[in-house]
Design a protein around this ligand. Sequence first.
Ligand code: ATP
Ligand code: MG
Length: 447
Amino acid sequence: MFKKGSTSAAQRDPELLVGLDLGTSKVAVVVAERESRTGEAQIIGIGHSPSQGIRKGLIVNLDQAIRSVKQAVADAQNMVGLELDEATVAFSGSDVLSVRSKGMVSLGRSPRPVMQLDVERVIEAAQTEVAVPANQSVLHTIPVEYSLDGHGGIDDPLGMTGMRLEIDLQSVIVPTAALQNVLNCVEKAGLEVTGLVIKPLASALGSLSPEEAMAGAVAVDVGGGTTGVAVFSEGRPRRLSIIPVGGDHLTNDVACVLRIPLSKAEEIKREISLFGDPEAQDETIDFEIRGRNYSCPVRDVADIVKCRIEELYGVLVKSEVAEAGLPMLPAGLVLTGGVAKTNDLDGFVSEVLDMPARAAFPLDSGRMPPGRNGFEYACAAGIIRYMLERERNPFRYMEPSLDQIKRQGPTLRGGDERPKQVPKKPAGPSGLEQMLDTLKKSFRELF
Ligand SMILES: Nc1ncnc2c1ncn2[C@@H]1O[C@H](COP(=O)(O)OP(=O)(O)OP(=O)(O)O)[C@@H](O)[C@H]1O
Ligand SMILES: [Mg+2]
């Protein structure tokens, strides 16, 4: 399964689990070793590389993306002293559909225990209700809830007695071409793909505590180009979605309004705080561009960033949460991804959405390598948890056969392919654009 390397670590012949997070900003490879006694896995290394050829979570330049994956794999191999040859891949993209359907099967005229075949039949019945658009594939089939003889809220019906088994099923549907490009890229980088997981699910598994997932919570992973939203309740994902907006939009807004290079805007964006001490907000940020010195109040940069964050969380994330149709989410928002590093993001978002919010380190951060255990690694760490859950309960997160996906139509052969955009906003300037225009005008006098 894994080729051995030459160092002493390799001589132990461990059972490894490998996850690959194909991000817009970075590619991360997480390696975990299974403890033979408990069956639990312990993360032993994380490799990473800056991401090239991936935009808004989609592969737009195959050769560059392959190079980034190879670099991240080499980094992970160096860290763990083993050669890796397979991985489960966290996948993203903007055109993701989360569809709910129901299925029902009869168990006979008199009550009898539910068998595995009955569970398979009821899942199949609900699957036939889903209309999968042309050129799209079902990536995950997730049972949300079972009922027996009309009594709902059943987590696992196997062995329970009844006459009628029903299911509420969630199907996550993504463009087939995007999946094929991911498979093609990772395989060309030298790894066999053992599974695919939609990023918001991996991030949620990597960051939500079991109590939060049971009580009802929203895991929001804001990366460089995308925002993953996973609404959980009673321990199960109720809705998984991806919004094609991320931290790079914040950088872009700052660069546009202040008319400064992106690299400088990125630097300044990381310095500000969204909330808190008014005196700190009155301070200025001094910077130099092409030999000229500039000075800008912290408050003004914070206003630009707040504008976009308000739209992202207060409008886009809020509408995804509303779609899940759950009246109560008492555990609130759990924030991950690189953008969660923004100072006081949790306080600001909590105010915008009127819900509790916390910036969350990965659940496994204590056992992850220092410097690679921050908010932006929740998704990578979550892939390992996903692999373990899928193994423990094969009915929890079902995936299609990867061979079947590969057989459907052509894949990206290299060069550029632009990602498709989901038109989320109505035509005409949005509130955010109007606000940014106003900010731009006021800054024109500064520069
Ligand atoms: N200290 C910081 N303050 C604010 N933002 C930050 C900070 N550090 C990183 N970021 C932002 O986090 C983003 C990258 O996050 P992350 O590494 O989670 O992205 P990714 O997983 O590669 O992308 P995606 O999930 O969208 O495909 C960038 O937009 C970066 O500007
Ligand atoms: Mg990410």
